[in-house]
Design a protein around this ligand. Structure first.
Ligand code: APR
Ligand code: ZN
Length: 369
């Protein structure tokens, strides 16, 4: 079938709206009509050409929501008409990773997904006979896309697509890191580095589980008001304090953070996030994605004396199991998504969404079809 897609022909160039050919879903796959898609830093990272695993041409986008239109052979858990969120981290419930219950990093289709292909090793997208790569297994910058059944979460039919699409990445990444990766307990003191789309979701996750102090660290003072609305109790601008930031945070938390979260992607703040943790038990979770080739460092004594360094991908969430729960939290008013979606625009204006992200004007832009 012919579909409309924002195509990334090559790195570093704006996307172009094209008519693309989409082959029907094969066994174990579903055809989804995408209704809305968020534009995330990871899409921008790949488009910039700095992502060593980036493949072109590709249809980017990994934060979508839509409706199942057709199912391939052997699909059991989905049917046409189901409302869904695509998952760039699938959940097969059969691989060693899924069965370990120690990680959300299902490996069932890892190899082909990384090569921009469906599990059978081919692409469903083409233009004038030339192959277009899938992206993160999702390719949501198109009005129709094909996904493996194991990479689709079913959601309630009354959930608004242009809001809950954000649960496909940013919301789950932030809230999940608190709940599933760190398992923050009530009364804990939490420090959040970076108050962007990810950090604000960490803050509302910390509030939801009943954290005590929720300290936000950001060099942009304009981030303060919204972060307070989401549950931040204390704001620290590193440029406004005198002396060492780590010592300041340890003092503010009376001994160190029980949990800290790095939501910037900067290896220096990753170190600060670890070192502001409480001796003996503080846990620091890295969420931000650092530039290719960068390395973190600290003195090993920091770990010997009980601090723990962790990372979190997709918030540690098991997509098919946990994403529907997070949609319910939104529908029940337990979490706020509306205030984070600062711009909604038609797919034709998707390059504006990237520009606003680069200028720091948006928290999240959503494109609709
Ligand atoms: N110290 C403190 N705050 C900083 C610093 C710094 N050195 N550098 C940047 N910030 C703040 C910015 O002012 C901004 O508010 O970090 C915030 C980052 O927010 P966004 O740019 O909106 O990024 P976000 O979408 O939240 O993603 C953060 O997670 O998914 C990854 O690739 C993404 O690595 C990025 C990170
Ligand atoms: Zn699996």
């Amino acid at each position: 079938m012919e579909i409309k897609a924002a195509l990334a022909y090559t790195a570093g160039k704006p996307l172009t709206i094209e008519t693309v050919q989409l082959a029907p879903p094969q066994a174990g796959e579903v055809l989804i009509e995408i209704k809305a898609s968020g534009v995330c830093h990871t899409d921008a990272f790949t488009l910039s050409g700095n992502d060593p695993e980036g493949l072109f041409p590709a249809i980017l986008g990994h934060e979508g929501a839509g409706i199942v239109v057709e199912v391939g052979a052997d699909v059991k858990s989905l049917k046409p008409g189901d409302h869904v969120i695509p998952l760039y981290t699938p959940e097969c419930r059969q691989c060693d990773y899924c069965l370990s219950f120690k990680t959300n990093l299902c490996q069932a289709i890892r190899g082909t997904q990384g090569r921009g292909l469906m599990p059978d090793g081919t692409s469903r997208f083409s233009i004038n006979g030339d192959i277009i790569h899938h992206y993160m297994g999702t390719s949501t910058f198109a009005n129709y896309t094909v996904l493996p059944e194991i990479a689709v979460a079913k959601i309630p039919e009354d959930a608004p697509f242009d809001k809950v699409c954000y649960i496909g990445c940013g919301v789950t990444t932030g809230i999940g890191a608190v709940i599933y990766t760190a398992k923050v307990e009530p009364g804990a003191n939490v420090v959040v580095f970076g108050l962007g789309g990810i950090g604000l979701n960490v803050i509302q996750g910390a509030r939801m589980v009943g954290a005590n102090k929720i300290i936000g660290v950001d060099i942009n003072p304009k981030k303060r008001a919204l972060a307070e609305k989401f549950g931040m109790t204390d704001f620290v601008n590193p440029q406004e304090i005198t002396g060492d930031l780590v010592a300041y945070l340890v003092d503010l938390t009376k001994g160190g953070a029980d949990y800290s979260f790095e939501c910037i992607g900067n290896v220096n703040t990753m170190r600060q996030a670890l070192e502001c943790c409480h001796k003996g038990w503080g846990v620091s979770v890295i969420i931000g994605v650092a530039g290719a080739g960068q390395e973190i460092s600290t003195r090993p004594f920091q770990l010997v004396t009980g601090r723990v360094w962790k990372g979190s991908a997709f918030g540690g969430a098991r997509g098919r199991t946990d994403v529907p729960k997070i949609v319910d939290w939104y529908m029940d008013g337990k979490i706020n998504i509306d205030d984070l979606i600062t711009h909604v625009m038609p797919i034709e204006r998707i390059n504006d969404a990237f520009d606003m992200m680069h200028r720091g004007e948006s928290i999240r832009s959503v494109v609709t079809f």
